[in-house]
Design a protein. Structure first.
Lengths: 276, 276
């Protein structure tokens, strides 16, 4: 399977893999996006000529070392940050202000201490000025789906880190977002919880064919979750490769053997992480 | 935790099962009250010992028993005067909370207001506020206007500072989360910023009630015709030290009760912090 992406491929060879299936309209489009921060010592180029799109129903992962601007990319998709050059398009239109049709998960769970698990999920509606009550059943079902049945009325401080992040996932999903944006969502968790949540997330996204973009510095995570992996270089952040992960779901974790190991090795090679 | 007390022990375990930890909190409050009583008893013993060993004259230092007898004999008069002082405290304190919170909201929301108001606030802190009492006497005469304004002036500062700090404390990521959920400034303020600030605000409110008491009493010392401060002054003026002591005792009880009342309100309002 997927003999096209062999480890023997050159970097350019990988780049040619980037072309997406053309029959799907992109939900998000980045057109020659650049971002420069001005500091006392002059401008710092955080992102340079970033050009890619996110397709309907696709799980895109972005991997790169810290400081490559990958979180800035996600902020731009969310409309919380704007490029200094180029365009970010949402369903063909330029983004103005927060992309409220998205659901976002951050590295911190950002739960509100005074709301129970279910009311934290329903915050999604409260913030929109809608009543949360009519959505209680959906929220409750979603919490059960992520393994939190019976924890609906617990306060955040009564939940473990992994449980709290599950609640945050539900909060980002409960309004059926067009796109899920995940900014290193599990990187503050311990390794075991993290793996659990990666399986849960893969399952959640695949079962609903939901469009998702996840940013991470873990190669295994990016390969395991992604239909496509964008690899970024450190400052200034550029796309060095786009790799389509042609492996059926459900997948096994890369280190457990199977097809994904090859992709992991490839990405690590591109990132210059291979130590022989 | 090993429990020696069967009743409170069963209370703790039952509450802990529900996960709230309230039982432990109630017990620790009870034990802190116990220590307070012990401390007061110790002070009274030392007081009595000083009289016994130094032979100081009753006009200089009356005995605890004399003070208790006098307090009981004057209970009706002390009560009516206590009500007068309490009124001044509550008017000044209430005004300080309303004005203080409004100013703090303005400071937290506008950089211009912050730059304008903050240095002024700090500057007024450098003024020994008690020194303005004679001025207030000239402006407002003898009466509750003067005494309650003294209470206000002394206690508004901790309200403003703590509320402003609390309102600015919110992790900016919550604002990003709130805006991607479609929240406007108002909803983010009401549902995130204000509850997050509640703990810090109550820290200020707790300080303020103590300062308000000082303010009202200073006002009465300078310009009272009634009130516990006036009574204490009268006693000292007539070399009736026992009367002064009686007024001080009632004043101390009033101060302690008011402080614990504010704590009780905090306990009810900021309920989600109880276990901490």
């Amino acid at each position: 399977m997927s003999a096209t992406v062999q480890s023997s491929n050159t970097r350019d060879g990988v780049m040619t893999q980037s072309d997406q299936p053309l029959d799907l309209a992109p939900v998000i489009g980045f057109e020659h996006v650049g971002k420069t921060y001005s500091t006392r010592t002059g401008g710092v180029v955080a992102l340079e000529d970033v050009d890619f799109s996110v397709n309907e129903g696709e799980f895109l992962t972005i991997v790169g070392p810290s400081g490559c601007g990958k979180s800035t990319l996600l902020s731009m998709m969310a409309g919380l940050d704007s490029p200094t050059s180029g365009d970010v398009k949402y369903k063909g239109d330029r983004l103005h202000g927060p992309a409220t049709d998205c659901g976002m998960v951050f590295q911190e769970d950002l739960l509100l201490d005074w709301r129970t698990a279910i009311n934290n999920v329903l915050l999604q509606f409260d913030m929109r000025g809608q009543k949360g009550k009519p959505h209680r059943d959906e929220a409750s079902a979603l919490l059960a789906r992520v393994g939190l049945k019976g924890f609906e009325n617990k306060l955040p401080r009564e939940l473990s880190g992994g449980m709290r992040q599950r609640v945050a996932l539900c909060r980002a999903l409960v309004h059926q977002p067009d796109v899920m944006l995940l900014d290193e969502p599990f990187s503050a968790l311990d390794a075991m919880t993290r793996e659990d949540l990666n399986f849960l997330l893969a399952d959640l996204m695949a079962s609903e064919k939901r469009t998702a973009v996840l940013v991470t510095h873990s190669v295994e995570e990016a390969v395991f979750l992604g239909d496509r992996v964008i690899v970024m270089s450190p400052r200034p952040g550029r796309i060095t490769a786009q790799i389509t992960i042609d492996a059926p779901r459900p997948r096994v974790w890369p280190s457990e053997g199977g097809d994904l190991q090859r992709y992991v090795r490839k990405v690590r090679e591109i990132l210059g992480m291979e130590h022989s | 935790m090993v429990d020696t007390d069967v009743i409170s022990g069963s209370l703790v375990s039952r509450r802990d099962l529900s996960g709230s930890g309230t039982g432990r909190r109630v017990r620790s409050a009870a034990s802190s009250l116990g220590w307070l009583v012990l401390g007061i008893v110790l002070c009274i013993i030392i007081w009595q010992l000083i009289i016994v060993f130094t032979g100081v004259k009753p006009v200089t230092l009356p005995s605890p028993l004399d003070v208790t007898k006098r307090t009981w004999a004057l209970r009706a008069e002390l009560w009516t005067n206590m009500i007068v002082t309490l009124k001044a405290i509550l008017i000044g304190y209430g005004l300080a909370i309303v004005v203080g919170v409004l100013v703090a909201v303005a400071v937290a929301f506008s950089k211009t207001v912050e730059k304008l108001v903050y240095p002024l606030l700090v500057l007024t802190q450098a003024v020994p506020k008690i020194a303005v009492a004679p001025l207030f006497l000239v402006w407002f005469g003898f009466g509750i206007e003067m005494t309650s304004l003294m209470a206000f002036v002394l206690c508004v500062f901790p309200v403003v500072i703590n509320t402003a700090l609390g309102l600015k404390e919110l992790n900016p990521k919550y604002v990003r989360l709130g805006s991607i959920m479609g929240g406007n400034r108002m909803r983010i303020f009401i549902r995130m910023r204000l509850p997050a600030a509640a703990s810090a605000m109550f820290a200020g409110f707790g300080l303020a009630i103590t300062f308000a008491t000082i303010g009202a009493v200073v006002g009465e010392l300078v310009a009272g015709t009634q009130g516990l401060g006036y009574m204490a002054n009268e006693g000292a003026g007539n070399l009736d030290t026992t009367l002064t002591f009686a007024a001080v005792v009632v004043l101390s009880i009033l101060g302690i009760v008011l402080f614990y009342l504010v704590q009780a309100v905090e306990y009810a309002v900021v309920w989600w912090n109880r276990g901490r």
